[in-house]
Design a protein around this ligand. Structure first.
Ligand code: WTA
Length: 649
């Protein structure tokens, strides 16, 4: 563990916003939730578990005897898709809208819970016909369209864990995940619409499949109608297979700990981690937090998580949380500035969105585009705003509150991770007096703290490492196929305590401020990237001898990727062409999100005597600061050479 310069003293924040009286009076979660959970934590979670319909009730809330491998709601059996769909229809809510789908090009679909039941049942029957069985892993590489939800829920219905791969990932990133997870069945689309153009998805899957002979079928949704290459032995159109299926399907109840999905996320080594979530605890966590933090009133609210289903935020707060609660959500396919920069606000106005959840990077873009754009639309339907994915700077928080929330909507800054499954630290909007930029308090039932290097709680006013001291229902259960890495990554820094990898501070009032990663994980526009993953991609290029990657602070994206590269002798004097070539190389190795903002060709890299690259110094260069202490470098002249190069470029 290293000391991280991001853990700095924050000046005290004096601005505070109490919940509006009418919001507080009608809020789902009141202040007594904290007391109830503190008095009997497991009893509290057992009570939250009643939000879910169990086929067989559980007999034990938590089995923590094989730490750090938790089992929640032991003995219980349930079906996640039944909980998200069938039971609402059985309760007479079949006509309620589950999704207002808005395609980027303006096409729309309204999907009720009855529609969802039909579509998910047909998809589940199709997967069964195609040989997908309980326990098989299914990869999903899709645009933001309703079929993505149908596919996920069809998998959940069969107990076949899905692994959704973000549609911006490259062919080799797909192949890595498919192989790591032992996937034999892939669902994709011909493409989706992004920035006004059809993007190719099937073509990327085709390329990935060259490296994945185990995959027997690729099921393809027709979204854009673009021409696609076809492998008759492997490829099937969704409409050919799914449309002719029976509209009924009987869901089977699975064990509470049956795997629901695997989501790959970046860690501190080059290999992405397969974060595994199970059924009962995950559904309880997402449904509870969607109720408590978003104050969902399913009869009247229109809820919108403006994120991609390919990330955990989409899994928990576009799919499982809102559906478990029988809510009505917006599902938007495209980008915020297509065809114009008011697109989001047009959608809020059109569907009378009442709750909006998005990332600070989007808010910062809107700030840059100017307050006049949202001012053109009627945003008075909004009553609650949420933020997720990275620290939100106080200016962006204030802007969001004022120009989107009309100074009347509470803003909840929610901290959590792919590993956590659902929100862990956040204000309760009807209870907590919020401060711009602070995630405030651990939710009821969550025991979080900030530790120093020795594992002691820091005093109020100090910074340290964010930890979770007790297990929680939607926690990851393991890393797919790598129990050792699971133990080492999260449970080895402090005994029996979950180490989040984030720096945090507790202020004088006892409120939490999350400051960002303390390891080599970058956060670019709310997307997690690992320095090691990008470095491995760079050194795999024949012209590269060595590479170091750092995250430099960036006004818009939070952090930006800066690469320092030593070329092989044969490739020297390659000029700008080499830089362009390397950028393209990273893009095709991982995906566009991993493209470095800049690549600097350097003669050497700063290393300690033991050979460890001192990224801290490179970060100083990238952030145009005076370079820090170089005394531990094996060769202190290296930094002079690098800086000279920067000055000349
Ligand atoms: C960061 C996204 C500050 C943090 C749900 C964490 C945040 C990583 C916040 C997880 C927040 C997320 N304030 N930082 N409200 N929310 N983070 O796995 O560094 O994509 O470790 O999950 O995002 O990113 P992930």
């Amino acid at each position: 563990m290293t000391n991280n310069p991001t853990i700095q003293e924050l000046s005290h924040e004096d601005r505070a916003f109490p919940p509006p009286a009418d919001f507080a009076a009608n809020a789902n979660a009141k202040a007594d939730e904290y007391d109830k959970a503190a008095a009997d934590r497991l009893g509290y979670w057992a009570e939250q578990a009643q939000r879910i319909t169990w086929d067989t009730p559980f007999d034990t809330v938590l089995d923590w005897s094989e730490k750090p491998f938790a089992k929640w709601f032991v003995g219980g059996k349930l079906n996640a898709a039944y909980n998200c769909v069938d039971r609402h229809v059985e309760n007479g809510l079949g006509d309620r809208v589950a999704y207002y789908f808005e395609g980027e090009s303006g096409d729309t679909r309204t999907i009720t819970y009855s529609d969802l039941l039909r579509e998910v049942s047909k998809a589940a029957n199709a997967l069964t016909e195609l040989g997908v069985k309980t326990g098989d892993r299914v990869a999903i590489y899709m645009p933001m369209i309703p079929e993505t939800v149908f596919a996920m829920l069809a998998c959940a219905r069969l107990g076949a864990p899905h692994t959704v791969i973000f549609g911006g990932f490259s062919a080799s990133a797909i192949a890595d995940r498919v192989k790591d997870c032992g996937v034999e069945f892939v669902i994709t689309a011909d493409g989706g619409y992004r920035k006004g153009k059809p993007s190719g998805l099937k073509s990327v899957v085709d390329e990935a499949m060259e490296d994945c002979p185990e995959v027997r079928n690729v099921l393809v949704v027709r979204r854009t109608g673009q021409d696609v290459a076809w492998n008759d032995d492997r490829d099937l159109w969704w409409h050919d297979v799914v449309d002719r299926q029976s509209e009924t399907h009987t869901p089977e109840a699975f064990d509470s700990e049956h795997p629901l999905y695997i989501m790959y996320s970046s860690g501190t080594t080059g290999k992405p981690k397969g974060i595994m979530h199970t059924t009962g605890g995950y559904l309880v966590g997402t449904s509870f937090t969607h109720w408590a933090v978003f104050d969902i009133k399913p009869e009247t609210d229109v809820y919108w998580t403006a994120a991609d289903i390919g990330w955990v935020t989409g899994h928990s707060y576009i799919v499982y949380g809102p559906l478990a609660n029988g809510a009505t959500s917006v599902l938007y396919e495209g980008t915020p500035d297509t065809p114009h920069r008011g697109r989001w606000w047009e959608i809020v106005e059109k569907y009378k969105v009442s709750i909006l959840y998005c990332a600070p990077t989007a808010i910062r873009s809107f700030m840059k585009w100017g307050r006049d754009i949202p001012a053109e639309f009627d945003l008075t339907s909004l009553r609650l705003l949420g933020s997720v994915g990275e620290p939100i700077n106080p200016e962006a928080w204030m802007w969001y509150r004022e120009h989107i929330g009309g100074d009347r909507c509470p803003v909840v800054d929610t901290w959590w991770q792919t590993e956590n499954g659902s929100i862990l630290i956040s204000p309760l909007p009807g209870v907590t007096e919020t401060k711009p930029g602070a995630a405030m308090r651990p939710l009821p039932g969550v025991v979080a703290d900030v530790f120093d290097d020795e594992g002691n709680s820091v005093e109020p006013g100090n910074g340290g490492y964010l930890v979770i001291k007790e297990p929680w229902p939607s926690m990851l259960r393991t890393l797919w196929g790598d129990e050792e890495r699971f133990k080492k990554t999260y449970w080895s820094q402090y005994p029996e305590v979950y180490f989040a990898g984030d720096g945090a501070k507790i202020d004088r009032d006892g409120d939490f401020w999350v400051l960002g990663r303390v390891d080599d994980v970058l956060n670019v526009s709310g997307h997690r990237m690992s320095t090691a993953e990008i470095e491995s991609a760079l050194v795999a290029h024949p012209k590269v001898a060595e590479a170091a990657v750092v995250g430099a602070s960036d006004e818009m994206t939070g952090q930006a990727i800066e690469a320092f590269v030593i070329l092989r002798e044969s490739a020297e004097d390659g000029g700008d062409d080499v830089v362009a070539e390397l950028r393209n190389h990273v893009r095709s190795a991982i995906g566009a999100i991993a493209t470095p903002r800049s690549i600097m060709i350097v003669p050497d890299l700063p290393k300690t005597r033991s050979g460890k690259i001192m990224r801290r110094l490179l970060k100083d260069v990238a952030e145009k600061r005076e370079v820090g202490d170089v005394t531990t470098l094996a060769d202190s002249s290296v930094m002079d050479l690098i800086q000279k190069g920067v000055a000349e470029s």
